[in-house]
Design a protein around this ligand. Structure first.
Ligand code: C2E
Ligand code: CA
Ligand code: CA
Length: 535
């Protein structure tokens, strides 16, 4: 595919999502924050008004208690003192002394006997305790302004009362209402609701009214605060515009990161495509030693990439990049072509093993079986025994169709091996479910052997397991004589590793096979030792 085509592969949707994400998250975050802000504000506002109402109540009850010394005394004796107290504490609209349910002496009307119900301009509470308080719409002396009355009044006998002008409360409540546009309603013991601010009808939806009710735990005071929906909108706008510069920076950064990531991906993909087109890939073959026949009875194919500038790229790097960027299937098909043309020059016995590494994505792809068959047909004249090397990872997301596919391939004459056995963090149950022929013991377990007598319990367990379930075993990465002896003593039939032979290009492999293919591994070791001595 040409580089021009790949420009169109820039995913605009991904870029758009990356750009919009911080903005959308910002919208959401500031929306939630605006709700919380209103809630916090309602709480603090209500608390201020409540504290004030509680202070007033405390002072009023102090006055009620102070007046108790006048109990039962005639008005002509206490009247002047009541008037004096009333004017000293201008806070109070009226204070006075009660007999039964009548005020018989007060700071405002002197010794006029007035029923309490008239003082408060409403019937007495149906049930009341000896001490009660009430918010009222008006009193007999000031009818048009609410007040709070605090009364000590036994069913019979003497009592006292103090009445506070609600204006002291209203002033503060109005100040709050004015700043925030909140509605405040204060009620003392189900009395007259004292209200400031606009009447707000509850609204639900995206932006809703918010309401809070608090009760005093010292006095029978209830306070309701309601914020209009507009408060949430104002808060949200404020929060969003504060966050906006950060959101814009984040959205630019995200877009750039995604763009860069896409570009890199395309680059690598294009590089692999170019590499295939320019024949930069080749195949190396690593001989596998058969300890029974004491000859080389097979190879593993390993892909190599040498860039046009002469630089080699490590297989684990380009293979995982190809896997990540959906290039593993084209690259494997290319490998099949390269191997098929290499094999055309081979002269090997029928049944010679050829190991092919299979990537998970390819195994799960519908074309896998036909790809493998096409390859097998090309090399059919050599009657090779082709082994497909799968890693445990390949089998994790297994479905019945993969098992079915592997059964089919085995029936068609392919062998199935588990590569890097023991490193896949897999449960062993797949060994029962999958049709397998061979375990390739990972070199990590082999390298744990430092002498033939030393114990390598996990390796032993793997070898025993393969014997028990009748699978062939291949030890990978065999580098030392000790490792070889250890493995041979335990009946591992196939040996692969630098001790026997390194991976080689086709040319070198053919020469190697010609001279060494029928030699036992011991003769190699002798040769190695002689080589070392001569060095
Ligand atoms: P693998 O399939 O486990 O391949 C064996 C690796 O061990 C090869 O590395 C080989 O060169 C290395 N090796 C063999 N003997 C020894 C030894 O005695 N000592 C040490 N230290 N290493 C030894 P390589 O060629 O670098 O490949 C690395 C991995 O890349 C392979 O691991 C395989 O997973 C992947 N790979 C290579 N070629 C292909 C391919 O054509 N297709 C796929 N899907 N993966 C491939
Ligand atoms: Ca392998
Ligand atoms: Ca391996």
């Amino acid at each position: 595919m040409s580089p021009r085509r790949s420009k169109h592969n820039i995913n605009l949707l991904q870029l758009l999502i990356a750009g919009m994400l911080p903005l959308l998250l910002g919208l959401l975050f500031t929306f939630v924050e605006s709700r919380l802000m209103v809630k916090r504000d309602l709480e603090s506002t209500a608390q201020i008004a409540m504290n004030h109402a509680e202070n007033i109540s405390t002072q009023a009850w102090n006055m009620v208690d102070r007046l108790q010394r006048f109990h039962g005394q005639p008005c002509n004796i206490i009247g002047d003192e009541l008037q004096r107290l009333g004017s000293v504490f201008s806070y109070f609209r009226a204070i006075g002394v009660i007999h039964n349910t009548n005020v018989y002496c007060s700071s405002t009307f002197g010794n006029t006997l007035t029923p309490m119900s008239r003082v408060i301009q409403q019937p007495l509470p149906v049930r009341y305790s000896e001490r009660w308080s009430l918010s009222i719409a008006g009193s007999d002396n000031v009818k048009e302004r609410p007040a709070l009355i605090f009364v000590q009044m036994p069913l019979t006998g003497y009592g006292t009362y103090a009445m506070v002008d609600a204006q002291y409360l209203i002033d503060l409540m109005m100040a709050i209402s004015k700043i925030r546009g909140y509605q405040l309603i204060l009620q003392m013991d189900n009395g007259h609701p004292i209200q400031t601010g606009p009447a707000i009808t509850p609204r639900t939806g995206l932006f809703s009214t918010a309401a809070l009710e608090i009760k005093s735990n010292r006095f029978p005071i209830t306070l309701n605060v309601t914020a209009p929906a507009s408060q949430e909108i104002t808060n949200w706008k404020q929060a969003f515009f504060t966050f906006l510069p950060l959101a814009i920076i984040l959205s630019l950064l995200f877009t750039m990161a995604v763009w860069y990531w896409q570009k890199r991906k395309l680059l690598f993909r294009d590089e692999i495509r170019k590499g295939i087109a320019n024949s930069e890939f080749s195949v190396y073959y690593q001989p596998i030693y058969d300890a029974e026949s004491r000859t080389c009875t097979g190879v593993e194919t390993l892909l190599r990439w040498r860039r046009s500038n002469g630089k080699w790229i490590r297989p684990d790097i380009f293979i995982s990049a190809a896997e990540a960027e959906s290039m593993i299937i084209p690259i494997t098909r290319h490998l099949f072509d390269l191997v098929a043309s290499d094999i055309a020059r081979w002269q090997v016995k029928p049944g010679f093993h050829l190991g092919l590494n299979v990537a998970a994505e390819h195994l799960h792809h519908p074309s896998f079986v036909s790809d493998v068959h096409r390859f097998a047909e090309k090399v059919a004249s050599h009657s090779l025994s082709i082994t497909l090397e799968l890693t445990e990872r390949n089998l994790i997301s297994n479905g019945p169709e993969i098992i079915q596919r592997l059964h089919q391939l085995r029936e068609d004459g392919f062998m199935i091996a588990i590569d890097d056995f023991g490193t896949g963090h897999c449960s062993l149950s797949y060994l029962q479910n999958f049709p397998l022929d061979c375990l390739k013991i990972d070199q990590g377990f082999v390298s744990a052997i430092s002498s033939p007598d030393e114990e390598a319990p996990i390796l032993d367990a793997i070898i025993n397991l393969s014997h028990r379930i009748n699978l062939q075993s291949v030890a990978e990465g065999v580098e030392t004589e000790q490792q070889l002896m250890y493995l041979q003593q335990r009946g591992v039939k196939y040996i692969q590793g630098f001790l026997y032979a390194k991976p080689m290009d086709n040319e070198s492999f053919l020469v190697w096979l010609h001279y060494n293919g029928n030699k036992s591994i011991e003769s190699f070791m002798k040769k190695n030792e002689e080589g070392k001595k001569n060095d």
